[in-house]
Design a protein around this ligand. Structure first.
Ligand code: NAD
Ligand code: DAU
Length: 335
Protein backbone atom coordinates (compact mmCIF):
# COMPACT_ATOMS: atom_id res chain seq x y z
CA UNK A 1 0.00 0.00 0.00
CA UNK A 2 1.03 3.59 -0.60
CA UNK A 3 0.11 6.07 2.12
CA UNK A 4 0.27 9.84 2.28
CA UNK A 5 0.76 11.09 5.84
CA UNK A 6 0.21 14.84 6.12
CA UNK A 7 1.79 16.72 9.03
CA UNK A 8 4.35 13.93 9.49
CA UNK A 9 7.10 16.30 10.64
CA UNK A 10 5.05 17.16 13.73
CA UNK A 11 4.60 15.29 16.99
CA UNK A 12 1.92 12.65 16.34
CA UNK A 13 2.51 12.41 12.57
CA UNK A 14 6.20 11.59 13.06
CA UNK A 15 5.44 9.03 15.75
CA UNK A 16 2.87 7.57 13.35
CA UNK A 17 5.41 7.29 10.52
CA UNK A 18 7.85 5.43 12.80
CA UNK A 19 5.04 3.13 13.95
CA UNK A 20 3.77 2.48 10.44
CA UNK A 21 7.16 1.74 8.89
CA UNK A 22 7.97 -0.65 11.69
CA UNK A 23 4.57 -2.45 11.59
CA UNK A 24 4.15 -2.46 7.80
CA UNK A 25 7.64 -2.39 6.25
CA UNK A 26 6.15 -3.44 2.89
CA UNK A 27 4.21 -0.14 2.56
CA UNK A 28 5.43 3.09 0.97
CA UNK A 29 4.95 6.18 3.15
CA UNK A 30 5.01 9.71 1.74
CA UNK A 31 5.10 12.56 4.24
CA UNK A 32 3.55 15.83 3.06
CA UNK A 33 4.36 18.70 5.42
CA UNK A 34 4.64 22.46 5.12
CA UNK A 35 7.27 22.66 7.88
CA UNK A 36 5.56 25.37 9.87
CA UNK A 37 7.13 26.32 13.23
CA UNK A 38 5.77 22.96 14.53
CA UNK A 39 7.37 20.83 11.81
CA UNK A 40 10.90 19.59 12.32
CA UNK A 41 12.76 17.64 9.65
CA UNK A 42 15.38 16.53 12.20
CA UNK A 43 12.65 14.42 13.81
CA UNK A 44 12.36 12.36 10.62
CA UNK A 45 16.12 11.73 10.33
CA UNK A 46 15.79 8.03 11.37
CA UNK A 47 13.62 7.23 8.30
CA UNK A 48 14.83 9.80 5.76
CA UNK A 49 17.15 7.39 3.92
CA UNK A 50 14.69 4.50 3.69
CA UNK A 51 13.73 3.37 0.17
CA UNK A 52 10.04 3.21 1.09
CA UNK A 53 9.86 6.70 2.58
CA UNK A 54 9.71 10.10 0.88
CA UNK A 55 9.36 13.63 2.26
CA UNK A 56 7.58 16.35 0.28
CA UNK A 57 7.51 19.94 1.54
CA UNK A 58 4.12 21.43 0.62
CA UNK A 59 1.08 23.17 2.06
CA UNK A 60 -2.12 21.09 2.20
CA UNK A 61 -3.98 24.27 1.14
CA UNK A 62 -1.93 24.45 -2.10
CA UNK A 63 -4.30 22.77 -4.56
CA UNK A 64 -1.75 22.59 -7.36
CA UNK A 65 0.94 21.01 -5.19
CA UNK A 66 -1.51 18.52 -3.65
CA UNK A 67 -2.96 17.56 -7.04
CA UNK A 68 0.53 17.14 -8.51
CA UNK A 69 1.55 14.86 -5.65
CA UNK A 70 -1.57 12.68 -6.00
CA UNK A 71 -1.04 12.46 -9.76
CA UNK A 72 2.57 11.37 -9.32
CA UNK A 73 2.05 8.98 -6.40
CA UNK A 74 -1.52 7.61 -6.72
CA UNK A 75 -1.90 6.85 -2.98
CA UNK A 76 -4.18 4.15 -1.55
CA UNK A 77 -4.85 6.01 1.73
CA UNK A 78 -4.44 9.55 3.03
CA UNK A 79 -4.03 10.14 6.77
CA UNK A 80 -4.50 13.82 7.61
CA UNK A 81 -2.51 14.84 10.69
CA UNK A 82 -1.56 18.27 9.31
CA UNK A 83 -3.05 21.05 11.40
CA UNK A 84 -2.40 24.09 13.47
CA UNK A 85 -2.71 22.35 16.83
CA UNK A 86 -2.07 24.76 19.71
CA UNK A 87 -5.12 26.23 21.46
CA UNK A 88 -3.29 29.30 22.83
CA UNK A 89 -2.05 30.27 19.36
CA UNK A 90 -5.60 29.95 18.00
CA UNK A 91 -6.80 32.40 20.65
CA UNK A 92 -4.06 34.88 19.63
CA UNK A 93 -4.75 34.55 15.88
CA UNK A 94 -7.46 32.23 14.51
CA UNK A 95 -6.93 32.89 10.79
CA UNK A 96 -4.25 30.31 9.95
CA UNK A 97 -6.27 27.71 11.88
CA UNK A 98 -9.24 28.26 9.59
CA UNK A 99 -7.06 28.10 6.52
CA UNK A 100 -5.08 24.95 7.31
CA UNK A 101 -7.55 22.99 9.39
CA UNK A 102 -10.64 23.60 7.25
CA UNK A 103 -9.57 24.60 3.74
CA UNK A 104 -6.57 22.25 3.79
CA UNK A 105 -8.80 19.31 4.69
CA UNK A 106 -11.15 20.13 1.79
CA UNK A 107 -8.25 20.41 -0.68
CA UNK A 108 -6.99 16.97 0.35
CA UNK A 109 -10.45 15.42 0.01
CA UNK A 110 -10.94 17.00 -3.42
CA UNK A 111 -7.71 15.30 -4.52
CA UNK A 112 -8.97 12.01 -3.02
CA UNK A 113 -12.14 12.32 -5.08
CA UNK A 114 -10.30 13.19 -8.26
CA UNK A 115 -7.85 10.29 -8.11
CA UNK A 116 -10.20 7.33 -7.63
CA UNK A 117 -12.04 7.98 -4.37
CA UNK A 118 -8.98 7.41 -2.20
CA UNK A 119 -9.65 6.37 1.40
CA UNK A 120 -9.28 9.39 3.71
CA UNK A 121 -8.75 9.39 7.47
CA UNK A 122 -9.17 12.62 9.43
CA UNK A 123 -7.19 12.87 12.68
CA UNK A 124 -9.53 14.93 14.81
CA UNK A 125 -9.73 15.71 18.51
CA UNK A 126 -11.94 15.28 21.58
CA UNK A 127 -11.94 19.10 21.84
CA UNK A 128 -14.76 19.22 19.27
CA UNK A 129 -17.10 18.06 22.09
CA UNK A 130 -16.26 21.09 24.24
CA UNK A 131 -15.82 20.33 27.93
CA UNK A 132 -17.43 18.39 30.78
CA UNK A 133 -18.15 19.63 34.31
CA UNK A 134 -15.58 18.87 37.01
CA UNK A 135 -18.22 17.57 39.44
CA UNK A 136 -19.82 14.90 37.23
CA UNK A 137 -17.15 12.18 36.89
CA UNK A 138 -19.65 9.76 35.34
CA UNK A 139 -20.01 11.96 32.22
CA UNK A 140 -17.78 11.09 29.24
CA UNK A 141 -17.63 11.98 25.54
CA UNK A 142 -19.14 9.35 23.25
CA UNK A 143 -19.30 9.55 19.47
CA UNK A 144 -22.88 10.82 19.93
CA UNK A 145 -21.96 13.74 22.21
CA UNK A 146 -22.93 17.06 20.61
CA UNK A 147 -20.29 19.23 18.92
CA UNK A 148 -19.84 22.18 21.27
CA UNK A 149 -16.55 24.00 20.71
CA UNK A 150 -14.75 26.47 22.96
CA UNK A 151 -11.71 27.75 21.03
CA UNK A 152 -11.01 28.79 17.45
CA UNK A 153 -8.79 25.66 17.29
CA UNK A 154 -11.56 23.25 18.28
CA UNK A 155 -14.08 25.05 16.06
CA UNK A 156 -11.77 24.70 13.08
CA UNK A 157 -11.32 20.97 13.78
CA UNK A 158 -15.09 20.52 14.19
CA UNK A 159 -15.67 22.37 10.89
CA UNK A 160 -13.27 19.98 9.19
CA UNK A 161 -15.08 16.98 10.70
CA UNK A 162 -18.40 18.27 9.32
CA UNK A 163 -16.84 18.66 5.88
CA UNK A 164 -15.45 15.11 6.04
CA UNK A 165 -18.93 13.78 6.84
CA UNK A 166 -20.42 15.89 4.04
CA UNK A 167 -17.91 14.53 1.50
CA UNK A 168 -18.91 11.01 2.52
CA UNK A 169 -22.65 11.64 2.26
CA UNK A 170 -22.55 13.81 -0.89
CA UNK A 171 -19.75 12.25 -2.92
CA UNK A 172 -19.43 8.80 -1.34
CA UNK A 173 -15.81 9.47 -0.33
CA UNK A 174 -14.63 6.58 1.87
CA UNK A 175 -13.77 8.41 5.08
CA UNK A 176 -13.19 7.75 8.76
CA UNK A 177 -12.66 10.21 11.63
CA UNK A 178 -10.87 9.65 14.94
CA UNK A 179 -11.22 11.92 17.98
CA UNK A 180 -8.45 11.41 20.49
CA UNK A 181 -7.72 12.86 23.91
CA UNK A 182 -4.45 14.59 24.91
CA UNK A 183 -1.30 12.83 23.70
CA UNK A 184 2.15 12.83 25.29
CA UNK A 185 5.46 11.19 24.39
CA UNK A 186 8.66 11.79 22.39
CA UNK A 187 8.98 14.67 19.89
CA UNK A 188 6.15 16.83 21.29
CA UNK A 189 6.80 20.53 20.66
CA UNK A 190 7.79 22.27 23.92
CA UNK A 191 4.81 24.64 23.88
CA UNK A 192 2.40 21.91 25.07
CA UNK A 193 1.94 21.24 28.80
CA UNK A 194 4.12 18.17 29.41
CA UNK A 195 7.21 18.99 27.29
CA UNK A 196 7.05 22.66 28.35
CA UNK A 197 7.09 21.69 32.01
CA UNK A 198 9.92 19.18 31.50
CA UNK A 199 12.05 21.71 29.58
CA UNK A 200 11.40 24.57 32.00
CA UNK A 201 12.03 22.40 35.05
CA UNK A 202 15.33 21.16 33.61
CA UNK A 203 16.32 24.80 33.01
CA UNK A 204 15.09 25.84 36.51
CA UNK A 205 12.60 28.23 34.88
CA UNK A 206 9.08 28.98 36.25
CA UNK A 207 6.37 26.41 35.47
CA UNK A 208 3.32 28.43 34.31
CA UNK A 209 0.13 26.71 35.49
CA UNK A 210 -3.06 28.32 34.15
CA UNK A 211 -5.65 29.33 36.77
CA UNK A 212 -5.59 27.00 39.77
CA UNK A 213 -4.36 24.01 37.75
CA UNK A 214 -7.59 22.10 38.41
CA UNK A 215 -8.55 21.51 34.77
CA UNK A 216 -8.60 17.84 33.83
CA UNK A 217 -7.21 16.21 30.69
CA UNK A 218 -7.38 12.54 29.64
CA UNK A 219 -3.81 11.56 28.71
CA UNK A 220 -2.81 8.90 26.16
CA UNK A 221 0.70 7.75 25.21
CA UNK A 222 1.25 8.72 21.56
CA UNK A 223 2.06 5.19 20.34
CA UNK A 224 -1.36 3.99 21.53
CA UNK A 225 -2.95 6.74 19.42
CA UNK A 226 -0.87 5.68 16.40
CA UNK A 227 -1.94 2.04 16.76
CA UNK A 228 -5.59 3.12 16.93
CA UNK A 229 -5.30 5.20 13.75
CA UNK A 230 -3.65 2.35 11.88
CA UNK A 231 -6.48 0.01 12.95
CA UNK A 232 -9.20 2.47 11.96
CA UNK A 233 -7.62 3.21 8.58
CA UNK A 234 -7.43 -0.53 7.78
CA UNK A 235 -10.46 -2.02 9.54
CA UNK A 236 -12.70 0.89 10.62
CA UNK A 237 -16.15 1.13 9.11
CA UNK A 238 -16.43 3.71 6.34
CA UNK A 239 -18.27 6.89 7.37
CA UNK A 240 -17.74 6.24 11.08
CA UNK A 241 -16.27 8.30 13.93
CA UNK A 242 -14.10 6.57 16.57
CA UNK A 243 -13.22 8.13 19.93
CA UNK A 244 -9.75 7.23 21.27
CA UNK A 245 -8.77 7.50 24.93
CA UNK A 246 -7.42 5.39 27.77
CA UNK A 247 -9.42 6.41 30.87
CA UNK A 248 -6.54 8.40 32.30
CA UNK A 249 -7.91 11.66 33.64
CA UNK A 250 -5.54 13.89 35.57
CA UNK A 251 -5.55 17.45 36.92
CA UNK A 252 -2.89 19.70 35.37
CA UNK A 253 -1.40 20.56 38.75
CA UNK A 254 -0.90 16.86 39.57
CA UNK A 255 0.92 16.29 36.27
CA UNK A 256 3.20 19.27 36.91
CA UNK A 257 3.95 18.11 40.47
CA UNK A 258 4.77 14.62 39.20
CA UNK A 259 7.22 16.01 36.62
CA UNK A 260 8.85 18.20 39.28
CA UNK A 261 9.20 15.21 41.59
CA UNK A 262 10.57 12.85 38.87
CA UNK A 263 13.21 15.46 37.98
CA UNK A 264 14.12 16.11 41.64
CA UNK A 265 13.23 19.82 41.32
CA UNK A 266 11.47 22.16 43.77
CA UNK A 267 7.71 22.81 43.68
CA UNK A 268 8.64 26.46 44.20
CA UNK A 269 9.14 26.60 40.42
CA UNK A 270 5.34 26.24 40.00
CA UNK A 271 3.83 29.64 39.15
CA UNK A 272 0.08 30.16 38.87
CA UNK A 273 -0.64 32.48 35.93
CA UNK A 274 -3.71 34.06 34.29
CA UNK A 275 -6.12 31.42 33.02
CA UNK A 276 -6.54 30.60 29.31
CA UNK A 277 -9.59 32.37 27.80
CA UNK A 278 -12.54 29.97 27.51
CA UNK A 279 -10.44 27.26 29.19
CA UNK A 280 -12.12 23.83 28.88
CA UNK A 281 -12.63 22.31 32.32
CA UNK A 282 -12.47 18.59 31.71
CA UNK A 283 -12.10 16.08 28.87
CA UNK A 284 -12.93 12.38 29.27
CA UNK A 285 -13.25 9.90 26.42
CA UNK A 286 -15.48 6.83 26.34
CA UNK A 287 -13.52 4.43 24.06
CA UNK A 288 -16.12 1.62 24.12
CA UNK A 289 -16.75 1.71 20.35
CA UNK A 290 -13.13 1.29 19.22
CA UNK A 291 -12.51 -1.32 21.91
CA UNK A 292 -15.54 -3.41 20.97
CA UNK A 293 -15.34 -3.04 17.17
CA UNK A 294 -11.60 -3.08 16.61
CA UNK A 295 -10.23 -4.64 19.80
CA UNK A 296 -8.14 -1.54 20.60
CA UNK A 297 -6.96 -1.00 24.16
CA UNK A 298 -4.15 1.26 25.36
CA UNK A 299 -0.91 -0.57 26.14
CA UNK A 300 1.06 2.09 28.02
CA UNK A 301 -0.08 3.11 31.50
CA UNK A 302 0.54 6.75 32.46
CA UNK A 303 2.99 5.87 35.25
CA UNK A 304 5.23 4.12 32.68
CA UNK A 305 4.56 6.51 29.80
CA UNK A 306 5.46 9.63 31.74
CA UNK A 307 8.73 8.09 32.91
CA UNK A 308 9.59 7.00 29.35
CA UNK A 309 8.74 10.51 28.14
CA UNK A 310 10.83 12.29 30.77
CA UNK A 311 13.75 9.94 30.03
CA UNK A 312 13.39 10.71 26.30
CA UNK A 313 13.58 14.48 26.91
CA UNK A 314 16.62 13.94 29.17
CA UNK A 315 18.36 11.84 26.52
CA UNK A 316 17.43 14.12 23.58
CA UNK A 317 18.22 17.53 25.02
CA UNK A 318 19.55 18.87 21.72
CA UNK A 319 16.21 18.12 20.01
CA UNK A 320 14.22 20.48 22.25
CA UNK A 321 17.05 22.91 23.06
CA UNK A 322 17.42 23.56 19.30
CA UNK A 323 13.71 24.35 19.17
CA UNK A 324 13.90 26.75 22.10
CA UNK A 325 16.98 28.49 20.65
CA UNK A 326 15.52 28.48 17.12
CA UNK A 327 18.54 26.56 15.76
CA UNK A 328 16.23 23.88 14.28
CA UNK A 329 15.22 26.48 11.70
CA UNK A 330 18.67 27.23 10.34
CA UNK A 331 18.46 24.62 7.55
CA UNK A 332 14.65 24.69 7.15
CA UNK A 333 13.10 28.15 6.88
CA UNK A 334 9.53 28.28 8.24
CA UNK A 335 7.06 27.09 5.60
P1 NAD B 1 1.89 19.44 15.67
O1 NAD B 1 1.55 20.89 15.79
O2 NAD B 1 2.98 18.87 16.50
O3 NAD B 1 2.25 19.10 14.15
C1 NAD B 1 1.51 19.61 13.06
C2 NAD B 1 2.28 19.31 11.78
O4 NAD B 1 1.46 19.76 10.68
C3 NAD B 1 3.62 20.03 11.67
O5 NAD B 1 4.60 19.18 11.16
C4 NAD B 1 3.33 21.17 10.68
O6 NAD B 1 4.47 21.57 9.93
C5 NAD B 1 2.28 20.52 9.79
N1 NAD B 1 1.42 21.51 9.12
C6 NAD B 1 0.78 22.59 9.70
N2 NAD B 1 0.13 23.28 8.76
C7 NAD B 1 0.33 22.64 7.58
C8 NAD B 1 -0.10 22.88 6.25
N3 NAD B 1 -0.88 23.94 5.94
N4 NAD B 1 0.28 22.03 5.27
C9 NAD B 1 1.07 20.96 5.57
N5 NAD B 1 1.54 20.70 6.81
C10 NAD B 1 1.16 21.53 7.80
O7 NAD B 1 0.51 18.66 15.91
P2 NAD B 1 0.24 17.27 16.65
O8 NAD B 1 0.14 17.51 18.11
O9 NAD B 1 1.18 16.27 16.12
O10 NAD B 1 -1.25 16.97 16.12
C11 NAD B 1 -1.44 16.24 14.91
C12 NAD B 1 -2.93 16.10 14.66
O11 NAD B 1 -3.54 15.41 15.75
C13 NAD B 1 -3.66 17.44 14.55
O12 NAD B 1 -4.62 17.32 13.54
C14 NAD B 1 -4.33 17.62 15.90
O13 NAD B 1 -5.51 18.36 15.77
C15 NAD B 1 -4.62 16.17 16.27
N6 NAD B 1 -4.67 15.85 17.71
C16 NAD B 1 -3.64 16.21 18.54
C17 NAD B 1 -3.66 15.82 19.88
C18 NAD B 1 -2.53 16.17 20.83
O14 NAD B 1 -2.66 15.93 22.03
N7 NAD B 1 -1.43 16.72 20.37
C19 NAD B 1 -4.74 15.07 20.37
C20 NAD B 1 -5.80 14.74 19.49
C21 NAD B 1 -5.73 15.13 18.17
O1 DAU C 1 -7.51 17.00 23.78
C1 DAU C 1 -6.77 16.96 22.60
C2 DAU C 1 -6.03 18.27 22.41
O2 DAU C 1 -4.98 18.29 23.39
C3 DAU C 1 -5.46 18.43 21.00
O3 DAU C 1 -6.52 18.50 20.09
C4 DAU C 1 -4.58 19.68 20.91
O4 DAU C 1 -3.97 19.75 19.63
C5 DAU C 1 -3.51 19.61 21.97
O5 DAU C 1 -2.72 20.79 21.96
C6 DAU C 1 -4.13 19.42 23.35
O6 DAU C 1 -4.86 20.61 23.75
P1 DAU C 1 -4.78 21.19 25.27
O7 DAU C 1 -5.15 22.61 25.21
O8 DAU C 1 -5.50 20.30 26.21
O9 DAU C 1 -3.18 20.98 25.51
P2 DAU C 1 -2.08 21.92 26.18
O10 DAU C 1 -0.85 21.08 26.33
O11 DAU C 1 -1.97 23.22 25.51
O12 DAU C 1 -2.69 22.17 27.63
C7 DAU C 1 -3.02 21.08 28.50
C8 DAU C 1 -3.61 21.69 29.77
O13 DAU C 1 -2.57 22.38 30.48
C9 DAU C 1 -4.70 22.71 29.52
O14 DAU C 1 -5.67 22.61 30.53
C10 DAU C 1 -3.98 24.06 29.63
C11 DAU C 1 -2.89 23.76 30.65
N1 DAU C 1 -1.63 24.52 30.47
C12 DAU C 1 -1.04 24.51 29.24
C13 DAU C 1 0.14 25.20 29.03
C14 DAU C 1 0.78 25.22 27.65
C15 DAU C 1 -1.07 25.18 31.55
O15 DAU C 1 -1.59 25.16 32.68
N2 DAU C 1 0.11 25.86 31.34
C16 DAU C 1 0.73 25.92 30.11
O16 DAU C 1 1.78 26.58 29.98
Amino acid sequence: MKIIVTGGAGFIGANYIFYHLSEHPEDVVICLDKLTYAGNLHTLAPVMERDNFRFVKADICDREAVTGLFEAERPDIVLNFAAESHVDRSIDDPSVFLQTNIIGTAVLMDACRRFGNVRFHQVSTDEVYGDLPLDKPEMMFTEHSPIHCSSPYSSSKASADLLVQAYHRTYGLPVTISRCSNNYGPYQFPEKLIPLMIANALNDKPLPVYGAGLNVRDWLYVEDHCRAIDLIARQGRIGEIYNIGGHNEMRNIDIVKQIVSELGKSEELITFVTDRKGHDLRYAIDPTKISQELGWLPKTMFKDGIQKTIRWYLEHRSWWEDIISGAYRVDQPIG
